[in-house]
Design a protein around this ligand. Structure first.
Ligand SMILES: *Cc1c(COP(=O)(O)O)cnc(C)c1O
Length: 616
């Protein structure tokens, strides 16, 4: 069976639905799957004696225990119904990277959970281990890695940690080679050792495969040379997982350097070059650079192509750095650029392909060329973080990582002989090649089922991502220029930037106010009103999330925006931050003009109501 022959994917069929429109279908499939699991149990040595007898099942203690369990579950249900965030809402939840999850993923997860596979090793989960192996290959293909590999990780934070683990060990390998097989790097001075390319290093390690254990033992994992490896450069928009990673991986926070971002909140490439040159002029090497595809607070897409270009230029000057792309958030977005044969669609053919697959409901320039170029260049990075539990619309906990060169695995691997048989094949040994140990097979089933239903190209995920991007553009256009009259005072909405991806940030500002602290307070109060903080969540017609752009993290990057709102630089210094309302537009329904229009009036009314409450 070719499961990927779906040309005309209907997104509406893939979710339970805002009003559980597909609820009956969901129940029917779930119930059929449960029947199959029950049957599987019965059919395993069917003649074996049953351990639980009908007599026991009718005993007083049995019934009492069962009833108690039911009460406990009723309480679980009560708590969940009472205090859950209505992410499934088609047009009322405009906050974190959360929405309805894909029905195939929910069904596969729940079903596979009944088998409780542990993907740490093939022997405890043959079915789901194979699914994870396929998913890993799909991640690699999504990044256009020809010799790549990938696997599921608990989350993006751990995938980032693993990325830094790769970078650290690889950067240290030339020293290890010098120790174990000095002739392999003869004639290279310390600076040259520190600036070898990853490809060169992997070739040398492969050429000395018989000494791999000794080489690994002399790598940074030994603790040797840890302080020589240089700086880890990340944009100011960094996710805080990078700080944790630098801490745990042992390079230390002192080696982490934040690079300024431009007015689009993308890494400023001039600032990057300047930082690199200042460091290398002092003979301080660059361990690596992180480019972010979909920053957590702005959805900004760093110009990966320009980072790669800079790397190529510097390489001629004997400077090389490892490149990791943190696409925890935006990674699935690459699917919109791949045709059904996994070719990256040329920019001038995009529109035609979008039309062919009905990716957008209306014509228009939905993808910025800079963003396109950035996504294309991801294939040049050594490793990429991608979170299925964000733009993959898959239930938690599902992160992922892809690496460009499958041989890189060998530089972080461990073989615990009691679990793994050394020399056996992947996926037999997954746990030997990754940071984690035991891991849910159910997650692999969920991601696998989603990828089978929506291929990672324009015909599948591309369409879902497109719906999300178009929804964010509608939302951005709607917010721009909105004003609200409250007791004769006028409040305006000012979006931060037009979205690179699907996130829209904005502030609410009172007309005439030139006090930034006051505006921050207003936005904070607004967030409280539009969230669980202040009042019953289920009575909120519009729910948002918020963030602070603080000078400590962002430097002066927000200054131009703050000035454009009419605040002086003094105000910026005094306030030290700007409080932002933030929405990742993941709803798969807001691309439709009529659907969007339906919800805009409730959003408008809710904002009016929140502002009236605040002013009171
Ligand atoms: C969400 C995110 C992470 C961390 O992912 P988790 O799955 O929450 O651990 C890392 N980097 C970026 C850019 C993110 O948006």
């Amino acid at each position: 069976m070719n499961m990927n022959d779906q040309k005309d994917l209907d997104l509406s069929a893939l979710f339970i639905g805002d009003k559980a429109e597909n609820g009956d279908y969901f129940k029917k499939v779930m119930s059929d799957l449960i029947d199959e699991h029950v049957g599987w149990r019965k059919n395993y040595f069917p003649k074996d004696k049953a351990m639980i007898t009908p007599e026991e099942q009718s005993s007083e203690s049995f019934i009492k225990t069962q009833n108690h369990m039911k009460d406990v579950l009723a309480e679980v249900s009560r708590r969940l119904r009472d205090k859950s965030v209505p992410w499934h809402s088609a047009g009322r939840y405009w906050g974190h990277m959360n929405s309805e999850t894909l029905m195939p993923a929910v069904l596969a997860y729940t079903y596979a959970m009944l088998w409780n596979g542990n993907n740490v090793a093939y022997e405890s989960s043959p079915a789901t281990s194979e699914m994870e192996e396929e998913v890993g290959e799909e991640f690699a293909k999504l990044m256009s890695y020809k010799e790549g590999w990938g696997h599921i990780v608990a989350d993006g934070s751990l995938a980032n940690l693993e990325g830094l683990w790769y970078a650290r060990n690889i950067k240290s390998l030339p020293f290890a080679l010098k120790e174990v097989v000095p002739e392999s790097v003869s004639g290279k001075d310390e600076w040259e050792l520190l600036n070898m390319t990853t490809a060169e290093i992997m070739d040398l390690v492969a050429a000395n495969g018989d000494k791999i254990e000794e080489i690994k033992n002399a790598s940074a994992r030994s603790g040797r040379n840890l302080n020589k490896l240089g700086k880890w450069l990340i944009p100011r928009t960094k996710h805080y997982s990078w700080l944790k990673a630098a801490d745990i991986i042992g390079i230390g926070l002192d080696q982490v350097v934040a690079v300024d971002v431009d007015d689009h909140y993308r890494m400023d490439i001039n600032a990057l070059e300047k930082t690199i040159r200042e460091l290398t002029d002092k003979q301080i090497p660059i361990l690596g650079v992180v480019g972010v595809v979909g920053s957590t607070e702005e959805g900004a897409v760093d110009s990966i192509d320009k980072i790669v270009e800079l790397r190529n230029k510097l390489q001629k000057e004997n400077i090389y750095f490892y490149l990791h792309v943190d696409a925890a958030y935006g990674g699935y977005g690459r699917a919109i650029f791949l045709d059904e044969d996994n070719n990256f669609i040329p920019y001038d053919k995009l529109e035609e392909e979008f039309n062919k697959y009905n990716v957008f409901t209306e014509k228009g320039n939905h993808i910025k060329e800079e963003v396109y170029n950035a996504y294309k260049a991801v294939e040049e990075a050594e490793s990429v973080t991608i979170d299925p539990h964000k733009m993959g619309y898959i239930p938690y906990s599902a992160g992922g990582i892809a690496i460009k060169d499958i041989r890189m695995r060998d530089v972080i691997s461990y073989f615990a002989t009691y679990v793994f048989e050394k020399g056996a094949d992947i996926p037999a040994l997954l746990g030997a090649y990754i940071l984690e140990g035991s891991k849910a097979g159910a997650t692999a089933a969920a991601v696998w089922a989603a990828h089978q239903t929506l291929p990672l190209n324009i015909s599948g995920y591309g369409k879902l991502i497109g719906a999300s991007i178009e929804g964010s553009q509608r939302y951005y256009n709607f917010l721009q220029g909105q004003t609200f009259d409250v007791d004769g005072r006028t409040f305006e909405i000012h979006p931060l930037t037009s979205p690179d991806f699907n996130m829209v940030d904005y502030v609410v500002k009172e007309q005439g106010n030139d006090n930034l602290v006051a505006m921050n307070e207003l936005n904070h109060d607004f967030y409280n009103k539009a969230s669980y903080v202040d009042g019953n969540l289920y009575s909120k017609g519009y729910i948002v999330s918020h963030t602070d752009f603080a000078q400590d993290d962002y430097g002066d990057s927000p200054l131009n925006y703050v000035k454009s709102l009419g605040f002086s630089e003094d105000e910026w210094r005094k306030a030290g931050k700007v409080t932002i309302i933030r929405a990742s537009v993941m709803s798969p329904y807001m691309n439709d003009k009529e659907n969007f229009k339906y919800f805009t009036s409730s959003i408008h009314d809710a904002i009016q109501e929140y502002l009236e409450d605040i002013v009171k």
